[in-house]
Design a protein around this ligand. Structure first.
Ligand SMILES: [Zn+2]
Length: 284
């Protein structure tokens, strides 16, 4: 009987230990693996978004982002999706289910803000949609990576997401990088001209459009002073800011090398050749 009692006591201790350590078991380290990006084109409710939905699928936009991001070793699945947002023109990262959403309304807005013909700065109507679309995905993916990889951030997270997105765009092939950056600058420039500067604007977590414009031009110029020489020559970026742009770019390069690159699976990266994957398909 005493032996049985003793066995019960041991069993009780084991059960208590298991119960108490339940949380610890649930929090065991997650395994980092590549190929963890999934995609979804949600069917739009608004018939006006049908064309955008079909165009995105036809151009395999989400597949390209998935392939581009596939070398990243992530602890969980990251879902990239496009969907209708009940009239809201927006994009965001949701940390409760690790998903990035870009609204059809946002793409619709990009289309309606595109110039009728190529701008003096060389931005084509097509660039004006593709550039900011790439930027918004990369910006939201930046938030996702900061969260999933527990990247420490000094300064504002919105600035860090802008900077990482710009850094990635600047690593595209030269010609494509130039078109993408110019298109994003066009968007910010357009927004800046119409943005009213009420005091509340300064409380926003995002920089003002004019600041985001100068920031991206500075990083571009800092990354390649030959390719983006005209940015300073034509006065798009003041010389006073331009002087320190190489250092600004270096600072971001260092942070990305330290914090993000160790999470890239080289074997997968070599297979997908990410630089080429976001190029627009030739127009028919
Ligand atoms: Zn953001």
């Amino acid at each position: 009987m005493r032996v049985i009692m003793k066995s019960y006591a041991i069993l009780l201790i084991v059960i208590c230990t298991v119960l108490m350590s339940g949380q610890a078991v649930a929090e065991k380290p997650l395994i980092l693996k590549p190929n963890r990006v999934e995609i979804s084109y949600t069917k739009p409710q608004n018939p006006a978004h049908q064309n955008i939905f079909e165009l995105l699928k036809e151009r395999r936009v989400l597949e390209r982002f998935r392939d581009y991001l596939s070398p990243l070793r992530l602890p969980r699945t990251l879902l990239l999706k496009t969907e209708g947002c009940k009239g809201e023109s927006n994009a965001w990262y949701e940390d409760s289910d690790h998903s990035v959403t870009v609204c059809y309304e946002y793409i619709e807005e990009l289309q309606s803000n595109a110039p009728d013909k190529t701008t003096p700065g060389g931005v084509t109507p097509q660039d004006a949609v593709i550039g900011p679309l790439i930027e918004v995905f990369l910006h939201e993916v930046s938030h996702a990576l900061f969260d999933l990889l527990k990247v420490p951030i000094l300064g504002r997270e919105e600035d860090a997401a802008d900077q990482f997105a710009a850094y990635l765009m600047l690593r595209f092939d030269i010609d494509f990088a130039r078109h993408t950056i110019a298109a994003v600058a066009y968007m910010y420039g357009r927004e800046a001209r119409s943005q009213k500067l009420e005091l509340e604007r300064f409380a926003d977590v995002h920089g003002l459009s004019a600041q985001r414009l100068y920031n991206i031009l500075c990083l571009a110029y800092g990354a390649d002073q030959k390719l983006f020489a005209d940015v300073v020559e034509k006065g798009y970026l003041p010389k006073s800011r331009a002087e320190g742009c190489a250092d600004e770019y270096k600072q971001i390069y260092y942070a990305v090398e330290k914090l993000i690159y160790p999470n890239i699976d080289e074997a997968v990266r070599k297979k997908v050749q990410p630089k080429k994957l976001l190029r627009p398909v030739a127009q028919k």
